[in-house]
Design a protein around this ligand. Sequence first.
Ligand SMILES: C[S@@+](CC[C@H](N)C(=O)[O-])C[C@H]1O[C@@H](n2cnc3c(N)ncnc32)[C@H](O)[C@@H]1O
Length: 247
Amino acid sequence: MRKILVIGIGAGNPDHLTVQAVKALRTVDVFFVLDKGSVKQELVDLRAAILAEHVTRPYRWVEGRDPERDRSAGDYVAAVGDWRRARADVCLSLLAELGDDEVGAFLVWGDPSLYDSTLAILDDLADRGEEFDVEVIPGVTSVAALTAGHRVALNQVGKPVQVTTGRRLAEGWPAGVDDVAVMLDAKCSFEGVDPDTWIYWGAYLGMPDEILVSGRVGDVAAEIRAVREEARARKGWIMDTYLLRRP
Ligand SMILES: C[S@@+](CC[C@H](N)C(=O)[O-])C[C@H]1O[C@@H](n2cnc3c(N)ncnc32)[C@H](O)[C@@H]1O
């Protein structure tokens, strides 16, 4: 039986890699990589550097081109569904490179359970009749890297936290929580919240370019937007995450 490892590699710092992940990397015959184009080459390079540091046995490295998501589509959920199916098609062709009884691996940014489609894609391929075993190795999430960078707890004592997207936050503050961790926000949705809310913001967490800003939204929102735009223009891409805490 073919085996697929889905390995969380952490959010950008090669030292986020767990001992469990390192042990798993050393059993892999074929690494599958979805290439997002030259803009995010840095993210592919980090994966290559991880392998160079930790794996000495021979392995194969198979790349597929990550399809673009239709960002103009009105129906967001349908567009993501189409995109996942297109990614599954690419992964199906990658899987053809894996021999019987070989071990393949996807190196997943952060942790595979958080806003990542690899597990859903593998379910899709299993539904299409592909046969393989799956094992998941957890990783350090960008949310954990954010709270560590700011040296704060994710939750207030005994209180719930919601993890959501910038798109959802733009629709309104979630009910029943005072603490909201926001990911996938291309539009600075924090600008729409109560200015007395506290924000812990971080970009390129764990990486040499890490930027951290915190403060009252009313005081730091403009600074974060300016820093974000400058960094994005300079590097060609940005990944940022933030925690909002209501007073
Ligand atoms: C598709 S999700 C993947 C999340 C990942 N699975 C995790 O566990 O963190 C991508 C989002 O994660 C966040 N993110 C990932 N890595 C980050 C980093 N190094 N610094 C800041 N945000 C990051 C950003 O909000 C980005 O838009």
